[in-house]
Design a protein around this ligand. Structure first.
Ligand code: FE2
Length: 287
């Protein structure tokens, strides 16, 4: 497998499509780029690169993750390697490959498309930072990401309660895998580019009556500033920035972090609220 450059987008299913469109545009600050009766597609500050698609569905769920490879040649190579490894290929052409991960969700690959990470006056989110997945078989899913897709373990919480995985980019992690009672979204995160932009996002949410379910704070693993919100479905959506960049693999030693409030939030302002824990478990039905 050729190196995966970054995580570009995620797609979610929701029974609460209409209120979610208002939430992600007016509060969260994404740009609506396409809308149909059954779906809505959003970009970040550049107004062009799709980072989130919502599909109307009977139950909430994480449908798809989209990663970026360097070239169409890499996509062809990935398609043949996946087939050799017995991975189910759902769709394949020179510009797009979609496979099924061991839990059944879609993992897609596009060829590189330069993203402009330019902050705008509204301090809109720039790009997807990371997605954390709850899996009933976290060990098998982690092995798929590491052995088949080429990710490396950046850090983990004790007892493998959360494994942080990095692709070829320097960013500390773009995928997290947590053992869970059901396959579901734990949370997803968009990078705001700076603490100022993140806090402007918090202010934008506050103006429409939405308060964080956890944060602002700074995580131990990844070192990123965070602020988590509950969306109309019950999905947890995070603003983040300032994540650790690993430029020298030779000197990076993955740590096993104790799972205590002061590592989850090194500012000492508290671990996740009970509501955040409940929603991140992915067990809740639609709100
Ligand atoms: Fe996060």
């Amino acid at each position: 497998m050729r190196p995966i450059r970054r995580l570009q987008a995620l797609a979610l299913e929701t029974p609460a499509l209409d209120p979610s469109v208002d939430y992600y545009t007016k509060g969260f600050g994404l740009r609506l780029v396409r809308r149909s009766d059954d779906s809505a597609t959003f970009a970040g500050a550049d107004g062009r690169t799709v980072i989130l698609t919502l599909y109307r569905g009977a139950k909430p769920g994480l449908r798809e993750l989209t990663f970026v490879l360097d070239s169409t040649h890499d996509i062809e190579l990935a398609a043949s390697q996946m087939r050799k490894r017995g991975v189910t290929v759902v769709f394949s052409d020179p510009t797009l490959l979609t496979v099924r991960d061991p839990d059944g969700r879609h993992i897609s690959f596009l060829a590189d498309d330069d993203v402009e990470n330019v902050q705008d006056a509204e301090a809109r989110p720039l790009h997807v930072s990371h997605v954390v997945i709850n899996s009933q078989d976290a060990a098998t899913l982690t092995s798929f990401f590491v052995d088949t897709l080429g990710f490396t373990v950046a850090d983990r919480y004790e007892q493998d309660l959360l494994t942080f995985l990095r692709c070829a980019q320097p960013q500390h992690h773009c995928i997290g895998i947590s053992p869970g009672g059901q396959n579901s979204l734990n949370h997803f995160s968009v990078d705001c580019g700076s603490i100022d932009a993140l806090m402007k996002g918090v202010g934008r949410m506050q103006k429409i009556g939405l308060t964080p379910i956890w944060g602002p704070g700074r995580h131990g693993p990844g070192g990123n500033v965070f602020c988590y919100f509950e969306d109309p479905t019950g999905f947890v959506a995070e603003f983040t920035c300032d994540v650790i960049q690993i430029h020298d693999d030779a000197t990076w030693v993955p740590r096993e972090w104790p799972r205590v409030p002061d590592t989850a939030n090194v500012w000492g302002t508290g671990g996740p609220s009970p509501r955040a824990v409940e929603l991140m478990s992915g067990r809740l039905p639609a709100a």
